[in-house]
Structures are given as structure tokens and as C-alpha cells.
Design a protein around this ligand. Structure first.
Ligand code: PLP
Length: 222
């Protein structure tokens, strides 16, 4: 079957990249389904993929509802507007990758407290320092991470996420991943578990630099 083969080939590439990595982390694959409809998600799920990522709250909600009978682990990976927080919380995603400021963390925490609910979340870092990208500056990341830990008891802060530099310069992409990994290592003593980085075009490099969650869309669905 089509998706079986895709998954198999991606798994092989993940395994090879792991062999070339100094970190030898177990890698979690999140299939980014933002460009496809629920029918395609169902097909990939049947081929053995259980974690899916969406970048818009409304799409996540629709797909959650359409696929509610499946044991899908839903990840939220997009920019989160304050007015969508309650809607997202109600969907109980497995992990929010994209908390991009202390202010947003405080706001999510406030809503969670009212609902007596907790949520796993990652701090997004703008490692490539691109104006178009969300995330905290790498210089401030550890300090903001500690603040969220101290001020947001309803958030289970579990690590960091970033998007590789948007360039053909492999060295620059690698540097952005290394920046994120260095921050991840500084927060390991604070209980961090996940370093989410790497997409279809750069996941092998991300794994080499120490990613343990990769987010793949195009390579699986195109
Ligand atoms: C779309 C997206 C991905 C997947 O990108 P591909 O290049 O299609 O693999 C990963 N992470 C985020 C945050 C995205 O928005």
C-alpha cells in the first residue's frame, strides 16, 4: 500500500540518520496533516502512524471531530491566537509545540486553571532569528523557560521546538538546530524531554543535531 511504503522509507531514513547522530535519541514522528483532509489522515493512520500535527485550531477541531473514533495523538504546531486558546484546550491535544512567549504561556495557564486542566507544551525558539518566525530569542530562552516553569503550574513544560533556518545554506540550518539543541541540554536538568525540530527538507540534519521529535508533512502527503 502507498502509505505503508512511504512510512517504511521515511522510517529507514530516520534510522540511518540516527546512526549518524551522536545522540542516538528515540525519534518520534509527527505527521503534519495541515494540507490534507481527514480521509488521508485515516489512510496514514491505518498504515501505522498515530501522531498527527495541525497548525490551525479550526482545522484541528474539524479533524478531531471527524476522526474521533481513532486513537490519534494530536499535536498543535501553529501560531496560537489568544482568542483560540479555549477552543484548543477543549480539544486536549497531546502536545502544543508552539508556545512562543511568556505572555502566551501565562494566558494558556490562566485558562487551564479555570478548567482545572493541565497540558503538555513546548517553548518555541526562533533559533535562526528570522523576523517571519515566531519564538523566543535563543539568548532569553532558558530564562523564559524557567519563568514558565515557576509561573505556570497548569502547563507541563516538556522542552523546546524550532523551525530550521529558511535558506539553502546547510551550514546555517545546522547552526540553527545546534542552537536549539544547546538550549535543550541546558534545560534537561529542569525535566525537558522533547527537542522538536526537523521538517521534510531537513529532518536528517535535525536528527544529527539531536532532535527527538520531527514534524513531517510534504514527504508523507505529496
Ligand atoms: C508545515 C509544518 C511542518 C511540516 O513541513 P514539511 O516541510 O511539509 O514537512 C513542520 N512544522 C511546522 C511548524 C509546520 O508549520
Amino acid at each position: 500500500m502507498f502509505y505503508h511504503e512511504k512510512l517504511q522509507s521515511v522510517s529507514q531514513r530516520i534510522e540511518n540518520a540516527k546512526q549518524n547522530s551522536n545522540f542516538k535519541e528515540n525519534i518520534k514522528l509527527v505527521a503534519v496533516s495541515k494540507t490534507v483532509a481527514s480521509a488521508e489522515i485515516l489512510r496514514l493512520y491505518k498504515a501505522g502512524c498515530i501522531a498527527f500535527g495541525e497548525n490551525r485550531v479550526q482545522s484541528l477541531k474539524e479533524k478531531c471531530e471527524e476522526l474521533y473514533t481513532l486513537s490519534i495523538e494530536w499535536h498543535f504546531i501553529g501560531r496560537l491566537q489568544t482568542n483560540k486558546i479555549n477552543q484548543l484546550i477543549a480539544l486536549r491535544p497531546a502536545l502544543i509545540h508552539s508556545c512562543d512567549s511568556l505572555e502566551l504561556a501565562l494566558e494558556i495557564n490562566k485558562r487551564l486553571k479555570i478548567k482545572n486542566q493541565k497540558l503538555d507544551i513546548l517553548l518555541q525558539i526562533n533559533s535562526a532569528k528570522e523576523d517571519t518566525k515566531a519564538g523566543v530569542e535563543p539568548e532569553n530562552a532558558v530564562q523564559i523557560y524557567e519563568k514558565i516553569l515557576n509561573l505556570c503550574p497548569n502547563l507541563n513544560l516538556k522542552g523546546v521546538m524550532s523551525i530550521g533556518a529558511h535558506t539553502d545554506d546547510v551550514g546555517a540550518i545546522q547552526k540553527s538546530f545546534e542552537t536549539t539543541r544547546e538550549i535543550y541540554e541546558q534545560i534537561l536538568p529542569l525535566g525537558a524531554k522533547y527537542c522538536s525540530m526537523g521538517m521534510s527538507g531537513d529532518f536528517e540534519l535535525a536528527i544529527k543535531c539531536g532532535a527527538n521529535i520531527i514534524r513531517l508533512g510534504t514527504i508523507l502527503f505529496k
